[in-house]
Design a protein around this ligand. Sequence first.
Ligand code: SF4
Ligand code: SF4
Length: 444
Amino acid sequence: MKTVTFLGGVHPAGMKQPAAAKASLALPAGKLVVVLLSQHAGKPAIATVRKGDRVLLGQMIGVADGLISASIHAPVSGTVRAVEPFEAANGASLPAIHIENDGRDERHHGVKPAKPHWDDFSPEEVREAVREAGIVGLGGAAFPTAVKLTPPREYPIDTVIVNGAECEPYLTTDHRLLLEHTKEIIDGAEIVRRTVGAKNALIAIEDNKPDAISRFLDSLRGRTVFSVVSLRTKYPQGGEKMLIRALLKRDVPAGGLPFHVGALVQNVATLVAIHRALSSGMPLVERMLTVSGSGISQPKNLWVRIGTLLDDVIAGCGGIKGNPQRLIMGGPMMGTTLWTSATPIVKATSGILLLDDPADRAPEFPCIRCNRCSRTCPMNLVPTRIVNLIRIGEIDEAREWGMKNCMECGTCAYACPAAIPLVAWIRLGKYENLRRAKKSGGAT
Ligand code: SF4
Ligand code: SF4
């Protein structure tokens, strides 16, 4: 089987074992769950419950505020103890609904499929069901999926790409989903393909998961609209633009989106959530995540209710081992380093890592002009140039050099032998660009 890839990228150690070999388990929800109203791209949801209300599993407790927003549902049955801000992973205090779990998982009467079979839904009914279920991209971006399923008419989609790359080190949930939920992923891809009217669906899996590739090849025998494609294991192979480049040899234009080149990319976890919403009526109230790293006693892949506190997740994995210095939500390349474990799981949380700092962490040196950052950048940027401009406050010029096209994948910083925190500088540059634009009332 031929293996495809994109230009650039790096090869960090995979660190996928021992979690990859472990079948997923369900973590019982804790006594308290804290559901943030802002855990997606766009505007926060608006709370529809008050302190003292009884809520049931799957009940809508926050309604989407406009098109680019997502509804929020109760992940347990119980009593609303507070509707007040709570600390999110990024340190911001965000509005949240605090629910005392009664442990009964009593379902809301509205949790039932609108039609007997997913096959019976029209494209518009699929979009409506996905919107109602509060589904967002579970690969990390948390963009409302119903919007993604509604590309502009002038940009027809010919190919749906099922993203099973999972290129971040340590993370293994997509791998487990590929093995444990093969049929739901295929059905989910078919739902999406029909909804957007695409001719083809490509199942893209990195070649470090040969068991998943075999599983899909076997399951899709005779299904001509589906193809399974092996991707070279490389970071950031799972980025939408990298996948489209590797699979379709099309370049998404700067500032553009996949629909501009006739493609739609969906992560495997999102497809499972879509299938579940249509076939059972259950909205997005839980997700699978990987708990791993040298600092956790029992690495696992867990189904966790949205709103579960990190402390409960860590306890469910036997607690902390040793004295890890870093707690990360997400993967080590693009995840967020946390200073507290008193924060809840959100829809986009793909992993929790507890890591020791490498003993040989290199100090930062001046740039040696080796060009490695440019050679590895998957977006064809010149990170060293952009960062030098940001350092001296030349934000407009940094923008001209493509600062805004940076996807913050961290590849350049990983490759830099001088240990320059390139991506941290670029984030700072983008923030400064926004701040200046807001101040002047101009465009960003
Ligand atoms: S973080 Fe940005 S500049 Fe660095 S490699 Fe990724 S896309 Fe390129
Ligand atoms: S990789 Fe680091 S040292 Fe090399 S050119 Fe880029 S910034 Fe300079």
